[in-house]
Unconditional design. Structure first.
Length: 212
């Protein structure tokens, strides 16, 4: 099963992707994590991505699509995958379709901007492996420490209030149109994201026809 998770920054895509990976046994492909790894490694793509992400802007399509195409061609994606953070624009969605990358369901996590702004200040990300936490909704077992690899958690620069508002504006202008695109293809599934992580996950599984 090949899935796309849509939703504004802070809607819970990363958390739900991790749960779906465990439940469905398919990898979650987060372009954000891959780009941040490139930034930490100081690669040319990483330097380009840093400028855009630090300013709450979208990374250019050619960079994103090159990363995605390589990733979904790997053996662990043979049984399916979950795309988290891509496509973000109509041109990206059309490019994925043109590349012959099959998508079975597109789940849009629905949530108000005001709720998202409140959420973002509590989000923490592992400085090493990229695992995502929230100090209230999905806290690590030890404050400030990643459950998975034991490294320190951090607040990303793109989670500051000013950048969050800019990212939300970009989302509404550039990404929300994807709902219409995938609705016309009969692939869109809407799920309420302003509820518990467990209930949202249950609703996603029901929406895609997986056993709950």
């Amino acid at each position: 099963m090949n899935l796309i998770l849509l939703g504004a920054p802070g809607a819970g895509k990363g958390t739900q992707a991790e749960l779906l990976t465990k439940r469905l046994g398919i990898p979650a492909i987060s372009t954000g994590n891959m780009l941040r790894e490139a930034m930490r490694n100081g690669t040319e793509v990483g330097k380009q991505a840093k400028h855009y992400m630090d300013n709450g802007l979208l990374v250019p399509d050619d960079v994103i699509l090159a990363i995605v195409a390589e990733r979904v061609a790997q053996p662990d994606c043979a049984a399916g995958f979950i795309l988290d953070g891509v496509p973000r624009t109509l041109s990206q969605a059309e490019a994925l379709q043109a590349k012959g990358i099959r998508i079975d369901h597109v789940v849009s996590l629905e949530i108000d901007d005001s709720v998202i702004e409140g959420r973002m200040t509590g989000r923490r990300v592992c400085s090493k492996c990229g695992a995502s936490y929230h100090i209230v909704a999905n806290a690590p077992k030890t404050e400030g420490i990643c459950d998975l690899c034991g490294e320190a958690l951090m607040t990303r620069k793109d989670d500051t209030p000013e950048t969050v508002r800019k990212r939300l504006a970009v989302y509404h202008a550039e990404t929300e149109v994807l709902k219409d695109f995938y609705a016309k293809l009969g692939k869109l599934r809407l799920v309420e994201a302003n509820q518990s992580i467990e209930h949202a996950n249950r609703d996603i599984l029901q929406a895609i026809g997986a056993t709950v």
